[in-house]
Ligand binder design. Structure first.
Ligand code: NAD
Length: 274
């Protein structure tokens, strides 16, 4: 039997990067995965990858910041696969500026995607977790459910040019710790993984304005200055940025039964970057 047989997972932002790798990894261990992304094509590609490998997946395409998104996402797990065991709040992006150049729109957009959307998704999951805990307690077949929220080393230590992102990624740590305390009684563990430098479209390209991502029709410049990237890689004890597979591996650890007694923690996945 695979480690996650009969488990159902929802992973936001799993059309690309770390979220996609995690979706593939959880499905390979037997979990049915509800994939989400803003963009249809990458979400469909993740579902197809899982299907090709013999796993089960469906997609809920849409913006996690929409007011009803949390309810739709949770409902897709219940209607499509009959339950909800693992929630991973991964969708996100950066929209950097030094504070004097940062607009309210920029601040709000980053708070919405990194904080309000996870809050709404988890609020929508609460009745499911509470009902499952009650019926499993009555039947004596108690199982552990998992929430993993994605943070960043910028949320733990701060980062110049990312006052919005650092605040959002610090906020998700607070949310994680509060919910670990609320949901212990449901046998739900709530942890966070903070990534250091992982090679995805957010970090791979040079930050010279040439690398632009489309977030719901808004063109946003991403990337890291190659000199800063090289300097950072020198400061990473393992000597290099991580891969999306390695980043997904850290989240995976907090989704498997071996981590059932770990809750309210932040795991830093950064090659030794402190
Ligand atoms: P990525 O761009 O490769 O993947 C993120 C996915 O999220 C994209 O497919 C994107 O379309 C989707 N997404 C963005 N906004 C969305 C929204 N509003 N609704 C639905 N989907 C949305 O990036 P990644 O590096 O894999 O990032 C995953 C998470 O890891 C993010 O929360 C990011 O902040 C965090 N993180 C990444 C790094 C890094 O070095 N790459 C470091 C620290 C934290």
């Amino acid at each position: 039997m695979a480690r996650l047989d009969r488990k159902v997972a929802i992973i936001s932002g799993s059309g690309r990067g770390i979220g996609r790798q995690l979706a593939v990894m959880l499905a390979a261990e037997g979990a049915a995965v509800v994939v989400n992304d803003l963009d249809q094509e990458p979400a469909d590609e993740t579902v197809a990858l899982i299907g090709k490998a013999g796993g089960q997946a469906s997609a809920v395409v849409g913006d996690v910041t929409e007011a009803d998104f949390g309810d739709r996402f949770v409902k897709a797990a219940i209607d499509g696969f009959g339950g909800l065991d693992i929630v991973v709040n991964n969708a996100g992006y950066t929209w950097d500026s030094i504070i004097q150049k940062m607009s309210d729109t920029q601040w709000d957009a980053i708070m919405d995607v990194h904080l309000k959307a996870p809050f709404r998704i988890l609020r929508a999951a609460q009745p499911i977790f509470a009902a499952a805990a009650k019926s499993e307690r009555e039947s004596g077949a108690v199982t552990c459910r998992k929430v993993v929220n994605i943070s960043s080393i910028a949320g733990l230590n701060g980062n110049a040019g990312q006052v919005n992102y650092a605040a959002g990624k610090a906020g998700i740590v607070g949310m994680t710790k509060a919910l670990a305390k609320e949901w212990g009684r449901y046998n739900v563990t709530v942890n966070a993984v903070a990534f250091g430098m992982i090679k995805t479209r957010l970090t791979e390209a040079p930050a010279d304005g040439s690398s632009v991502i489309d977030i719901a029709g808004r063109q946003i410049s991403v990337g890291v200055n190659p000199q800063i990237l090289a300097g950072m890689e020198q400061r990473i004890p393992l000597g290099r940025a991580g891969t999306p597979e390695e980043a997904a591996g850290a989240v995976y650890l907090l989704c498997i039964p071996e981590s059932d007694y770990i809750t309210g923690q932040v795991l830093l996945c950064g090659g030794g970057l402190g």
